[in-house]
Design a protein around this ligand. Structure first.
Ligand SMILES: Nc1ncnc2c1ncn2[C@@H]1O[C@H](COP(=O)(O)OP(=O)(O)OP(=O)(O)O)[C@@H](O)[C@H]1O
Ligand SMILES: O=P(O)(O)OC[C@H]1O[C@](O)(CO)[C@@H](O)[C@@H]1O
Ligand SMILES: [Mg+2]
Length: 498
């Protein structure tokens, strides 16, 4: 294994190009370790990076009756998780992340730990489950008895008192939507937050939130490190939109897609029961259409799915209205699912038919009367409690997070990559957001299932494919230590690239 020089960012995306103009502060702080055949470990920081003399202790799990019988319960320190799961015979091994899980030695004694948990950003099903499992995991697995909640997001660090969290107080919270701690989208004052950590003697902080929150967590980590504090800063990624880069899926997404089925079913029933009935369902997704795409695929009752990534136009040959008219003539009703960010250009031209409930607009544009029912379950799909599958996922996330903190890792986000939980550096989560790639197979499946037009000309499609090829080419040929090791941040097969 050899330490590599920090690599240069590929110029494949506008974000990367911007970073090249104003070099990213992370560029000099990456912990890259190279191995054979183009193997690269993008490692996460550890408390010993700046506190080399820290003592270690045996992991209390070795004496825990539930875990001590597990064969190979502790993760080997060399275990890593590959980002690129599909390989060819001569492919470079590419990027890897440190495998999450309990380590044989830990850097905190149980009675030394003062943990804090905060939730930031928008709501998402599963927030309470993550909080519950962090608290119960710290208590039950590591014998920690001091865990507090920070109320109201980041600003709660310096404007509110903490709330004590115990297994008893969090026992039933996974059965509720929202977050018992409250959340907010403002108030990230790094110095004040770290002052508060210091004043309260907090030495493990679990920060649950989306891309903005993880950026906030990374600057908190930087400040903690600058002050030389023994405090593990751990990010748990959350976004209902499922658009976080690198990771397989974000918690709450499954639940949201499931809940969206209820709205789609209602739209279908309404549409079917009326003459030329159209049911329109608006789903979350300001910048990406994953919820709309998966809800459409799951339902099979949807005739048209509109997402921000796929431009469309209303009038003229090949436009949406022509398609609506044809579908109504063919089957007498239709269901349209629209992500909230879809058709932004049309909104700009005051042509947003989606937000209007004015059926005259449609009547004027089509040649026959229609009955339009508009259903907006936007907040309903994220305010519900998490489903069974998300509950299990949240439990594993919480456990991976606290194992990492106890093992002394800090400044990382935890999430599954190709089915295995891994510790991922903050910059990999925040440098870009995933989008639905409309030249990938998953979007083709949607078009196949709805039989909607792709609203793009042949030339548009060819241009997009060309752009994608260039993007892949640039990522694949970007050399690390002279070897072709890097794959696209998107090539982990996440969110339907298969
Ligand atoms: N670049 C940043 N640096 C520091 N703090 C940030 C940054 N961006 C956002 N934050 C802080 O993170 C918190 C949440 O941010 P934001 O509202 O963007 O939600 P999010 O975490 O992205 O979640 P969601 O998935 O709901 O959008 C806010 O308190 C905000 O001040
Ligand atoms: O209304 P709020 O709380 O800002 O959150 C809504 C937004 O959050 C998101 O889910 C992003 O996290 C968007 O898709 C959505 O528009
Ligand atoms: Mg966000």
């Amino acid at each position: 294994m050899k330490l590599l020089e920090p690599r240069k960012e590929p110029l494949a995306s506008s974000a990367a190009a911007a970073a090249a103009k104003a070099p990213c502060k992370w560029a000099m702080k990456k912990k890259l370790v190279g191995g054979d055949a183009g193997y690269v470990l993008e490692d996460v920081p550890h408390l010993t990076d700046y506190m080399p003399e820290l003592p270690t202790y045996p992991n209390p799990l070795q004496d825990n009756p539930a875990y001590s019988v597990v064969k190979q319960y502790f993760v080997n320190t060399d275990d890593t998780v590959t980002q690129k799961i599909v390989v060819r015979k001569n492919s470079a091994r590419g990027t890897h992340f440190r495998r999450a899980g309990p380590r044989q030695r830990v850097y905190f004694q149980p009675d030394e730990v003062n943990a804090a948990i905060v939730t930031c950003g928008g709501l998402c099903p599963g927030l309470n489950t993550v909080i519950r499992e962090l608290v119960c995991g710290l208590y039950d697995m590591y014998g920690v008895t001091s865990v507090v909640g920070i109320e109201g997001g980041y600003k709660g660090f310096y404007s509110r008192n903490t709330v004590t969290l115990t297994p008893k107080s969090v026992n039933d919270i996974h059965k509720r939507g929202g977050t018992i701690l409250g959340t907010s989208r403002g108030g990230h004052d790094t110095a004040k937050i770290v002052d508060s950590l210091q004043d309260r003697g907090i030495n493990q902080v679990y920060i649950i939130g989306g891309d903005g929150t993880q950026q906030g967590a990374s600057v908190i980590y930087e400040e903690v490190r600058r002050r030389g504090l023994k405090c593990a800063v751990v990010g748990v990624p959350k976004t209902i939109d499922n658009d976080i880069a690198v990771i397989d899926k974000s918690f709450g997404f499954d639940t949201a897609v499931e809940e969206a089925q209820r709205a789609i079913n209602a739209a279908h029933v309404e549409a079917e029961s009326a003459e030329n009935g159209i049911g329109v369902v608006k789903l979350m997704g300001r910048n990406s259409g994953f919820i709309a795409m998966y809800a459409t695929l799951a339902s099979r009752d949807v005739d048209c799915c509109l997402i921000p990534e796929s431009p469309f136009y209303l009038e003229g040959k090949g436009g949406l209205l022509e398609f609506v008219e044809k579908r109504l003539k063919d089957s007498g009703h239709m269901v349209i699912v629209v992500a909230e960010g879809a058709g932004q250009d049309l909104i700009a031209q005051s042509m947003n038919f989606v937000d209007t409930q004015d059926q005259d607009h449609f009547k004027k544009k089509t040649n026959f009367p229609i009955t339009l029912k508009y259903i907006d379950p936007t907040y309903m799909i994220r305010a519900v409690r998490s489903n069974a599958s998300d509950n299990v996922y949240c439990t594993l996330l919480a456990h991976s997070a606290l194992h990492g903190a106890m093992a002394g890792y800090s400044g990382f986000t935890v999430a599954p990559v190709n089915g295995r939980h891994a510790y991922i550096p903050f910059y990999r989560i925040t440098e870009k957001q995933n989008k639905v790639v409309i030249t990938d197979r998953m979007w083709a499946r949607v078009l196949c299932s709805t039989n909607q037009p792709c609203f793009l000309s042949h030339e548009d499609v060819e241009n997009m494919k060309h752009d994608d090829d260039e993007r892949h080419h640039l990522h694949n040929t970007q050399l690390l230590d002279g070897s072709p090791a890097k794959c696209s941040p998107n090539c982990n097969g996440s969110a339907g690239a298969e």
